[in-house]
Design a protein around this ligand. Structure first.
Ligand SMILES: [Mg+2]
Length: 335
């Protein structure tokens, strides 16, 4: 039985909910990342946030106990700039709607920048900045209607902040799309572009995506054709994993990043709607999640060990794929 760190040559790791919680560290993540790096697995932190520069992201991680350099960060702004470099010649004129992170990323790829549709830009590149308003969005619409391409750093409709959900880049992109009818190319998660770009930039042959959200990180990993690791330190909980649709299913299930360096035992489906992981058994019987060799119905809010969790998920996915309903149960997972 191998540890996951022995299987991969690059971790494409999400930030919030995986490496930290906003402005608070996740202690198990700090230990796990340090141990995985020491064992030879490099980390590239991949974020949809186009407002922060790689230097700012690296400084934030370092401050929270994950020593990181700017080269270990890939933002959706950088992915958009790399896409421009792939599609267009050096010196191509880009109309930028966004902030310094996006401008710096495009200039680093030798793109020329403008803020005016009158300059006849080849492409509009749109990322979030708090001061983007009607004037910038109108320039974007004028340029796209005159034939410019439209690239968005990401399509997140909301931006989680301490105050709640504020307006995200996807909502401002939607305003432009509403006026042009042109669907943009988006480079952020869950589109696969950012993962392909990241792996190529790092020269990785066996990358793995690590994330806490099924609808962005894991869906992006699946779309990119890459294996993925889900951790329970963020948004999507164990009950959400049990219910996950095929395009949002992680390959590996961990409680937290500290488990990266431990031997990984995979669950096996042993009969329809029935699975085991090591000594742990799980089944779906008449729509109910059951655990143990005697098929005890899983009660609400109980805690199971990680092997039972993996067996439960394998049994539930197998049952769901055969058209059987699986009743949702909220439960905890212990290491
Ligand atoms: Mg996250």
């Amino acid at each position: 039985m191998n540890a996951l760190i022995d299987t991969f040559d690059l971790a494409l790791c999400d930030l919030d909910g995986v490496a930290f919680h906003g402005s608070d560290p996740i202690e198990s993540a700090n230990r796990g990342i340090a141990a995985a790096r020491a064992a030879g697995l490099p980390f590239l932190f991949v974020t949809n946030n186009a407002m922060r520069t790689p230097d700012q992201v690296a400084a934030h991680l370092s401050r929270l106990g994950v020593p990181t350099e700017a080269k270990d960060v890939m933002t959706s702004a950088m992915a958009a700039a790399l896409l421009c470099a792939k599609r267009y010649e050096r010196g191509t004129l880009c109309l930028v709607v966004g902030g310094d992170g996006l401008r710096e990323a495009l200039e680093a790829e030798d793109m020329r920048l403008t803020g005016s549709a009158a300059d006849r830009p080849r492409v509009v590149v749109q990322g979030l900045a708090r001061d983007v308003g009607w004037a910038e969005l109108s320039e974007a619409v004028l340029a796209i209607n005159a034939g410019a391409d439209h690239i968005a750093t990401n399509l997140d409709s909301t931006l989680p902040t301490e105050r709640g959900f504020e307006i995200g880049n996807g909502s401002l992109v939607a305003a432009v799309v509403n006026a042009t009818g042109v669907t943009p190319t988006s480079t952020g998660k869950p589109q696969p572009e950012i993962f392909h770009t990241s792996a190529a930039a790092a020269g990785a042959k066996a990358p793995v995506v690590i994330g806490d959200r099924l609808d962005t990180d894991i869906a992006g990993g699946v779309a990119a054709g890459m294996p993925s690791i889900h951790v329970l330190t963020g948004v999507s909980d164990a009950a959400a994993i049990v219910r996950a649709a095929p395009h949002e299913r992680p390959t590996y299930l961990l409680t937290d990043l500290e488990a990266l360096t431990e031997p990984y035992e995979d669950a096996q489906v042993v009969a329809p709607g029935r699975a085991r992981c090591g000594q742990a058994h799980a089944a779906v019987i008449d729509g109910a999640l059951c655990v143990g060799e005697d098929d005890q119905v899983l009660a609400e809010d109980v805690a199971v060990d990680v092997a039972t969790y993996r067996a439960l998920v394998a049994a539930a996915w197998d049952a769901a794929d055969s058209g059987h309903a699986v009743r949702p149960v909220r439960f905890e997972v212990t290491r």
